[in-house]
Design a protein around this ligand. Structure first.
Ligand code: NAP
Length: 295
C-alpha cells in the first residue's frame, strides 16, 4: 500500500499529487485512511499568498473524513475500520499535513455512528471549529452551549450570522439555533430557503436595499449579542457595520485567515477546548441532524 498527497513544492507553487511517506501510529495515535477531502478556503490563501507554511516542499489540507487504518500503542477506544469523529482542526497545527493516510491523536470518546457520508463529513473539521469558536469562545459571542433538545421558542437573546449559506455559516446557524437564541441570518436570495431549513428564525438577503432595516427589525426587542461574520471580507464587514453602529454587540473575528478586515487572528483567542467540541458540540452529527454545506 502506498500513501499519496497533494504537495506544494515551493511558495506560491502549483500542487503536484505524488507519493508521501507512510505514517506509523505512535503512542496514543491512530492512522486515518482518508476517503474524502474538502478544499478549504485556507488552501488557496496559503498557495496564493505564500503564507503560513514554514518550509517547502509541504502538504496542504485541513479537512478530510475517513476510517481508522491502524492504531498505535495505548489506543483502546478505536479499532481498525472505525469511523472516528471529525477531528477538530486545532487538534493539529494549521495547516496540518493531509495525505491519504494521516496520524492523529484523538481524545478518548465513543465513535459516532457513520450518519454522514464521507463527502459531507469532510467539510466539518475546520468549519466546525471556526463556527464553534465564533459562537462559544470567552472572547467571542459566549452563547449558551448547544443542546440536542433546545426549546422550540427562542430565548430573548439574539445573534446575527453573516453568511449563513457557506460552510462555516451553515454550521454557525445550526449551532446557534441549538443554543436556544434567536438566529437572524443573511445570505444570497437564492439560499434563503436553505438557511431557513438549517434553523434560522429570520433570513435576509444581504443584497437587498432594505437589508439593514430588515435586520434591525428582526432583532428588535431582543438582547442582541453580536455578529458572527462567517465571510470576513471587506464586503461582509461593510454589510454588518450599520447594525453594529446602531446596536453595538460583540464583533468577534470569526474566520481567520481572512484577508480582510485585519482583526486579531484565531491565535489571539482562546480556542474552545477540543474535548468540549467533541463532547458538547458534535452530538448533532451522531443524531443525524447536522447538515453540511456545500452538499
Ligand atoms: N471553511 C472553513 O473551514 C473556514 C475556516 C476558517 C476560516 N474560513 C474563512 O471563512 C470565510 C468563509 O469560508 P467558507 O468556507 O464558509 O465559505 P464558502 O462555503 O465558500 O461560502 C461562500 C458563500 O459566502 C457567501 N458570501 C459571499 N460574500 C458574502 C457577503 N458579502 N455577505 C454574506 N455572504 C457572502 C455566498 O453566499 P450566497 O451564495 O448565499 O450569497 C457564498 O456562497 C472565508 O474567509 C474563509 O477563509 C473558513
Amino acid at each position: 500500500m502506498s500513501n499519496q498527497a497533494a504537495w506544494i513544492p515551493e511558495a506560491r507553487g502549483k500542487l503536484v499529487v505524488k507519493e508521501a511517506p507512510m505514517p506509523q501510529a505512535g503512542e496514543g495515535e491512530v492512522v486515518v485512511k482518508n476517503h474524502a477531502w474538502a478544499i478549504n478556503p485556507v488552501e488557496w490563501k496559503i498557495q496564493t499568498y505564500g503564507i503560513m507554511l514554514q518550509s517547502y516542499p509541504n502538504i496542504l489540507g485541513v479537512d478530510s473524513a475517513g476510517e481508522v487504518h491502524d492504531v498505535g500503542p495505548g489506543v483502546t477506544h478505536l479499532k481498525k475500520g472505525d469511523r472516528p469523529p471529525p477531528p477538530p482542526a486545532h487538534l493539529a497545527p494549521i495547516p496540518r499535513r493531509l495525505p491519504a493516510l494521516l496520524p492523529l491523536h484523538l481524545p478518548p470518546r465513543p465513535k459516532d455512528p457513520p450518519t454522514l457520508p464521507f463527502k459531507d463529513a469532510a467539510v466539518l473539521p475546520l468549519a466546525i471549529s471556526t463556527a464553534a469558536n465564533s459562537l462559544y469562545n470567552e472572547k467571542t459571542l459566549r452563547l449558551p452551549y448547544p443542546s440536542l433538545t433546545p426549546s422550540s421558542t427562542p430565548s430573548n437573546q439574539s445573534v446575527l450570522i453573516w453568511g449563513g449559506s457557506g460552510s462555516v455559516g451553515a454550521l454557525a446557524v445550526q449551532l446557534a439555533r441549538a443554543s436556544g437564541v434567536k438566529v437572524v441570518a443573511v445570505c444570497g436570495a437564492q439560499n434563503i430557503q436553505n438557511v431557513r431549513r438549517l434553523g434560522a428564525h429570520e433570513v435576509i438577503d444581504y443584497n437587498s436595499p432594505s437589508a439593514t432595516s430588515d435586520i434591525l427589525a428582526a432583532l428588535k426587542g431582543t438582547e442582541y449579542l453580536g455578529v458572527a461574520d462567517c465571510i470576513s471580507t471587506e464586503a461582509s464587514a461593510r454589510g454588518w457595520t450599520p447594525v453594529f453602529e446602531q446596536l453595538g454587540g460583540r464583533t468577534p473575528p470569526p474566520a481567520p485567515p481572512a484577508v480582510y478586515p485585519p482583526r486579531p487572528s484565531l491565535g489571539n483567542r482562546t480556542p474552545v477546548p477540543e474535548e468540549q467540541i467533541l463532547e458538547d458540540l458534535l452530538p448533532p452529527p451522531a443524531a443525524g441532524t447536522l447538515y453540511t454545506n456545500p452538499q
